[in-house]
Structure formats: C-alpha cells, structure tokens
Design a protein around this ligand. Structure first.
Ligand SMILES: Nc1ncnc2c1ncn2[C@@H]1O[C@H](COP(=O)(O)OP(=O)(O)OP(=O)(O)O)[C@@H](O)[C@H]1O
Length: 434
C-alpha cells in the first residue's frame, strides 16, 4: 500500500540482524511505517518521528552517522535490556534521543510514546485522531481503515451502515480527520433524539427578533460545522417530516434559520449513519427513496465484532491499558470473549471489560468475572463458513487443552495432530498457556 502523506509516518531503523515484531504490531494500530536498515538509510524518506533500534552494547558505534541528523528530528530509542544497562548507550539516549522504550514493552506503550512525541513536535497533526482509534489487524479492519482514508479525500456524502457499537461514529471521525476539512469542526447530531418540531431549529438555528435590544440568535448544527463535517447519526429514526426537511436542504445546500429572513449557503460535508437496514426501510416506505439516493453516494458496511473476533486481544489490551491498578485477562476470560457473540459489538466488549476491571481485586480477570450472558442473536448468522469454522476450531482447541490440563502433547494426541501443528494453531488463535 502506498504511503498517505496526510498521515504521520514513523521511521523504524532496524539493525541488520534484528527481527522486530514491532512494525507489524504498530501497523495493526493504524501507524504508517517506513522501515529501513541502519546501513541503508535514505534520509529523503525520513519522516520527523521514529524509533531507532539499539539491540545491544555493540550497536552504538554504527549509530554515529545518524546521531547528527537526529537532533533535527525526534526519535525514540528502542532498546533491548542489554543496551539499557550500558552507560555509553544511556549517554547516547540522553543526548540524542527524545525518549526510549524497552523493546519488550507492550505495543500500546510504543503507540502512546509516539502519540505524545507527535503532539509535541508536529502541531500540524494536532487535528488528527490518535492513529489507534480504529484498532484491529483483521482483514476487515485493515480494509475499513483504507476505505475510510480514501473517502476522506472526497467531498461526496458517506453513508455508514452497521449494527450498534460497530464504530460508525469512530469511522465518521476518521473520515473527517483524513479530509482537507480536518482543521474545521466535526459536529455530530443524533437525529433519533430530536423531536420533529425541533429538527429545523437544531439543523438551521433560529433568529427570533430582538429581546432587550439584543438580537436573539442561536446557531444550528450546520453553521457550527461550517467548513467541517456534519455527522448525522441514527438517520433511520427520522420522521417523514424531518426527512423532508433534510432532503430540501441537501438539494440546494442552502438554509434559512428559523425565524430568519436571509438564506445562507452551507459549506459542510455530510456523513451519516444508521443501524437500521435502510434498504429494507426504503422498500417498506418508511425511509424516502430520494433521500436515500442523496445520502448513499459513498457507503460502507461496518462489520459486527463476531465477524472479526481475531481483533479481540488487541481491543482488550487497548481498553484495559489505562486501568489502575493494572489488570490482565486470564486464559479462561480470553477464551470466553473469543466465544461470545457480542450483539452490542465493540461497545459491549469495552463495557464488559471495564466493568470486570472495576470489580476486580486480584489484577486478573477470569471468565466468571465477565458476566457474559448467553448470546442473544440480533440477526440471523452472517459469518462466512470459514469464519464459522475458525471459531469452532478455536473453541475446540481451548476446550481440549483445558481437559488435558494444558499438556500440549496430550492435547495434540487427542486431536490427532502433531505437537508442532498444535503450537501453530494455538498461535493462530491467540491461545497462550498460563
Ligand atoms: N475498531 C475499533 N477500535 C477501537 N475502538 C472501537 C472500534 N470500534 C468501536 N470502538 C469503540 O466502541 C465504542 C462504540 O463505537 P461507536 O460509538 O463509534 O459505535 P456506533 O456504531 O456509532 O454505535 P451506535 O450505532 O450505537 O451509535 C466506542 O467507545 C468506540 O471508541
């Protein structure tokens, strides 16, 4: 994939023989990476922020050619334990680097250090969201981030569809922050929460004459979002009257505040979202076809969490990262999460983890602490056969390991596969032995 020049890039300088898993993990969080070998550095490719890997004591000599240039940029030293014990390397870090990270630290820590560095050194990126906002390394999430960034470069309306809690508002923000409007407001309006009689006022504002010699005015959401993005959430819940009002505005891009006399031209990009099946609502007549066509120019379906369960470990790490005192999930809890249906999607996952973390006293969340109920299906199954098989496979392996008290050889015998195949499958399904 080519680099998006609107996004902050991170340079990772690796030593010839280093095998860092980090680039892959950071990429999964939405960072754009330029990975270069120490002896093949191309300064023209350098972004202003980066991680330089110093694996061991011997490694500070080859760094000499780059330390001069480091003063201009902002770099974090990525060190192994051995390097951190060396006084020479400690001096090098103090004089030439902004900060350092232990290479065995969790990915989230690198991401936070990079975000902090980015906000201190690059004010022009201030308007960008933290790149980790839409997490996940599944094909579905990688494709989603790519499509959203592409949509960011367009001015056309976007319709985001998906179940509640799948991240539609996050997606709308991502589009805004990847558009040329990012330095202007992102304004969200929940259409379901507005009574019919107030819809025009909320959208267009009002001018109701003078009171004590002062003009009585209130700006509507369109005026507040001027030159930015107006996110209309829950559009499937709008009444017919509100739909007609919105359509009139979209047709001309002009509006008159309630009680006002002068018509105004709007300059806003419209992104809207719904968790209803709008196609069905158009068919039954509860959503206007002409409005649907106006809004449905670029559209995107956000996948439910049960279709990208492999993202649960990284999402869980993210949601629990800031919790104090620190908490982790044990194997049984991770297993329960991987088997749950999540009708409330990522929001349900977040709430369930935060609740368990708050109620936890031992720093370890077990499956019974999660309070997961029997899955309630919101819709008929929508996963592909291979996703279903994957899930069953993961569940079966976990069960088998548990029955064999985590004895891998015994579990492999029972499953009638080799020990190394079982290890491969455990890695694939993020199964870790306690
Ligand atoms: N891929 C993701 N990575 C990180 N956080 C996510 C992701 N998807 C959703 N979330 C988090 O899940 C929660 C719900 O997301 P959001 O409000 O965007 O969902 P929604 O689809 O707009 O929900 P609703 O339809 O109910 O309005 C938020 O806290 C959001 O930050």
């Amino acid at each position: 994939m080519s680099l998006d020049h609107n996004l902050p890039r991170v340079l990772i300088v690796e030593n010839q023989d280093s095998k860092l898993a980090l680039p892959q993990r950071l990429a999964a969080q939405g960072w754009q990476l330029v990975v270069q070998k120490l002896d093949q550095l191309d300064p023209s490719q350098w972004p202003g922020i980066g991680l330089i890997h110093i694996p061991g004591q011997e490694a500070h000599e080859p760094l000499a050619p780059v330390t001069g240039a480091l003063q201009k940029g902002s770099y974090i030293a990525l060190c192994g334990k051995e390097a951190l014990n060396s006084s020479k390397i400690q001096t090098l870090i103090r004089t030439a680097f902004h900060d350092y990270c232990d290479e065995s630290a969790p990915t989230q820590r690198f991401a936070h250090t990079l975000e902090r560095l980015l906000s201190e050194t690059r004010p022009r990126f201030d308007a960008l969201p933290p790149p980790s906002l839409i997490l996940g390394s599944s094909i579905a999430m990688t494709e989603l981030r790519h499509r959203l960034s592409t949509y960011g470069h367009s001015e056309l309306p976007v319709l985001l569809l998906g179940e509640s809690g799948t991240g539609k508002e996050c997606a709308a923000q991502w589009i805004h922050h990847h558009s040329s409007r990012r330095e202007h407001p992102f304004v969200a309006l929940n259409c379901a929460a507005i009574p019919d009689t107030q819809f025009s006022t909320e959208l267009f504002g009002h001018e109701t004459g003078m009171l004590n010699g002062e003009p009585q005015k209130r700006a509507g959401h369109i005026a507040v979002a001027e030159r930015g993005t107006l996110f209309l959430d829950e559009i499937g819940d709008m009444s017919q009257t509100s739909q007609a009002t919105l359509l009139r505005f979209l047709e001309s891009n002009c509006y008159t505040p309630v009680g006002g006399k002068r018509e105004r031209q709007a300059d806003v990009r419209i992104v809207c979202a719904s968790n209803h099946n709008l196609h069905e609502e158009v068919r039954t007549g509860s959503f206007r076809l002409d409005l649907f066509h106006r809004l449905n120019v670029l559209s995107l379906d956000l996948p439910p969490l049960r279709q990208h369960l492999e993202d649960i470990p990284v999402l869980a790490e993210h949601f629990l990262h800031h919790h104090q005192p620190p908490v982790t999930l044990d194997e049984s809890a991770m297993s329960a999460l991987m088997c749950h249906d999540f009708p409330g999607n990522v929001r349900e996952l977040r709430n369930c983890l935060l609740r368990a973390a708050v109620n936890n006293r031992h720093g370890l969340i077990r499956s019974e602490d999660l309070g997961l109920e029997e899955p309630v299906r919101a819709e008929p199954p929508t996963q592909s056969l291979s996703q279903y098989r994957n899930r069953q496979e993961s569940q079966y392996i976990r069960q088998c390991l548990e029955d064999c008290k985590n004895n891998v050889q015994e579990a492999a015998n029972r499953l009638k596969i080799s020990r190394s195949s079982l290890y491969r499958l455990m890695e694939k399904h993020h199964i870790h032995l306690p």
